[in-house]
Design a protein around this ligand. Structure first.
Ligand code: UD1
Length: 419
C-alpha cells in the first residue's frame, strides 16, 4: 500500500492547475448511458474513482477511448448487460449513479446495494423511492437493487432530504421518461448544474438546475454530446487551505471562484488575503498564523461537508478556539483521532467538534480513513514539526489528482513511498 512521507514547515508558494471535478465527472460519465450516439467528455480528472466508473461502464459493453489528456470518447450503443456488480460498487458508492440511466434507457437495472461507509450509513432509499414514483418496480434481494420499468413516466418528486447523487439519478432517469418530472427540494450543487448542462446538450429539457426545484421534460431518445467538466471546487478549497495553513501564497489556475463563496468567506475570516479573477484564485497568508474559524456544514450554497476535515486541520494550528458542526454525515470526524496523534486539541461531542488551536503540531505515523480525512492529514503534516508518514493513501488517490506532484510544485517536501 502506498504511503506519503511529508516533512512539514515550508510555506507553500507558486501556481497550480485545478483538475476537473470528480463529483461532476462521475454523474456525467453515468449519463452517457442515456445517449444513443457518441459522447465526448473533456477535463476529466485522472483519479481512481473515474477509473472505477469507466470499468463499470466497460463491463456493460460501453466502448471508451481515452487519450493522454483524459478526453474520453464514449459509445453506449452496444450495452449488453445492465449489472453493476458488488466488487466495483463496494469500492465506490457513486456507482449507484448508473441506476437511473440504465433503468430509463434499457428498462432494467441490477445494481449492488452500496454498504455503509466510514463517514456514515449513507442509504439510497430516496433514489429508490423517486424511481418507484416514476413507475419502476424495485426489489432489493441478495444485496442487489433490481429495478424494472418498461417505460418510466414523469412525476412530482418531493425529496425528504437534500441528496446530491439522489437528485442526479432522478434527473437522468427523468430525461428519458415520458412527460414532465418536477424534483422539489433538489440539491443545488454546481455538479448538479453541470449534469443538467450535459442533459440539455443531449436533447433533454431541463430548467431550474441550481435552484431547489428542477423541471425535466423527458425525450423518447437522447443523442451524444460534447461536454467539458467543471473545475473541482473541493480540490481548489484544499489547495487554498494548504496555502493558508503554511502561511504561504498560492495561485490556483483553471478554477471557478464563484463555486467557492462559502469557503472563500471562511478563508478571509482566517486572515487570508484573497484575490480572484474569472478562472483563478490567489490566496496570500503573508506568513501569518490563521485565526480560528467556526464551521457549520450544510448543502450548497452553504459550507460543504467535503471541506470540513481540511478546516479541522487548519483550526488545529489556528489562533483561538473553533466549533465545527457537521450536519450532513453522522460520523465524519474520523480524522480527529489521527490529528490528535499529531498533538491537536480536539473534543468531539455528537456532531460537534471543539478545536483549540496549538502553536505547533508534531509529526506522527497516521492513517487515512476516507477521502477528505486523508487530505486533512496531509495538510496537518505540511505544518507539523518533523516527518509524518500518512498510510492508506489509496483514499486520497480516489479524489486528488497527483497530489504529491502538485504540492511539490508549490515547494512542499512530500514524496510517495510505493510498497
Ligand atoms: C455527494 C458527494 C459527496 C458529498 C455529499 C454531500 C458525489 C459523488 N458525492 O454524496 O462527496 O460529501 O454529496 O455533499 O457527488 N441520504 C439518505 N437517503 C438517500 C440519500 C441520501 O438518507 O437516499 C442522506 C445521506 O445519508 C446523507 C445526506 O442524505 O446524510 C446527504 O447525502 P447525499 O447528498 O446523498 O450524498 P452523496 O450524494 O452520496
Amino acid at each position: 500500500m502506498d504511503k506519503l512521507l511529508i516533512r512539514g514547515g515550508t510555506p507553500l508558494n507558486g501556481e497550480v492547475r485545478i483538475s476537473g471535478a470528480k463529483n461532476a465527472a462521475l454523474p456525467i460519465l453515468a449519463a452517457t448511458l442515456l445517449a444513443d450516439s457518441k459522447c465526448f467528455i473533456s477535463n476529466v480528472p485522472h483519479l481512481q474513482d473515474i477509473t472505477t466508473m469507466m470499468a463499470l461502464l466497460g463491463r456493460m459493453g460501453v466502448e471508451l477511448v481515452v487519450d493522454e489528456k483524459m478526453n474520453i470518447e464514449i459509445n453506449s450503443s452496444q450495452v449488453h448487460t445492465c449489472i453493476a456488480p458488488y466488487e466495483l460498487v463496494k469500492t465506490m458508492r457513486a456507482s449507484i449513479l448508473v441506476l437511473g440511466p440504465l433503468l430509463a434507457r434499457f428498462g432494467e437495472a441490477h445494481v449492488s446495494l452500496p454498504g455503509g461507509c466510514a463517514i456514515g450509513a449513507r442509504p439510497v432509499n430516496l433514489h429508490i423511492k423517486g424511481l418507484e414514483a416514476m413507475g419502476a418496480t424495485i426489489e432489493v434481494e441478495n444485496g442487489y437493487i433490481s429495478a424494472k420499468a418498461p417505460r418510466l413516466h414523469g412525476a412530482r418528486l418531493c425529496m425528504e432530504l437534500v441528496t446530491v447523487t439522489g437528485t442526479e439519478n432522478l434527473m437522468m432517469a427523468a430525461a428519458l421518461a415520458d412527460g414532465e418530472t418536477i424534483i422539489e427540494n433538489a440539491a443545488r450543487e454546481p455538479e448538479v448544474v453541470d449534469l443538467a448542462r450535459l442533459l440539455i446538450s443531449m436533447g433533454a429539457e431541463v430548467e431550474g438546475a441550481g435552484t431547489d426545484t428542477i423541471r425535466i421534460v423527458g425525450k423518447p431518445t437522447l443523442s451524444g454530446a460534447r461536454h467539458e467538466v467543471l473545475p473541482d471546487r473541493i480540490e481548489s478549497g484544499t489547495f487554498l487551505v494548504a496555502a493558508a495553513i503554511t502561511g504561504g501564497k498560492v495561485k490556483l489556475r483553471d478554477t471557478d471562484p464563484h463555486l467557492l463563496d462559502a469557503v472563500l468567506a471562511k478563508l478571509k475570516e482566517t486572515g487570508a488575503k484573497i484575490t480572484i479573477g474569472d478562472n483563478w484564485i490567489e490566496l496570500d497568508m503573508e506568513g501569518r498564523r490563521p485565526k480560528a474559524v467556526d464551521i457549520h456544514t450544510a448543502p450548497y450554497p452553504a459550507f460543504p461537508t467535503d471541506m470540513q476535515a481540511q478546516f479541522s486541520a487548519l483550526n488545529a494550528v489556528a489562533d483561538g478556539v473553533a466549533t465545527l458542526r457537521e450536519t450532513i454525515f453522522e460520523n465524519r470526524f474520523m480524522h480527529a483521532q489521527e490529528l490528535q496523534r499529531m498533538g491537536a486539541n480536539i473534543q468531539i461531542e455528537g456532531n460537534t467538534a471543539v478545536i483549540r488551536g496549538m502553536k505547533q503540531l508534531q509529526a506522527a505515523p497516521v492513517m487515512a480513513t476516507d477521502l477528505r480525512a486523508s487530505a486533512s492529514l496531509v495538510l496537518a503534516a505540511l505544518v507539523a514539526q518533523g516527518e509524518t508518514l500518512v498510510d492508506r493513501i489509496y483514499h486520497i488517490d480516489r479524489g486528488y489528482e497527483r497530489i504529491e506532484e502538485k504540492l511539490t510544485q508549490l515547494g512542499a517536501d512530500i514524496r510517495r513511498i510505493r510498497e
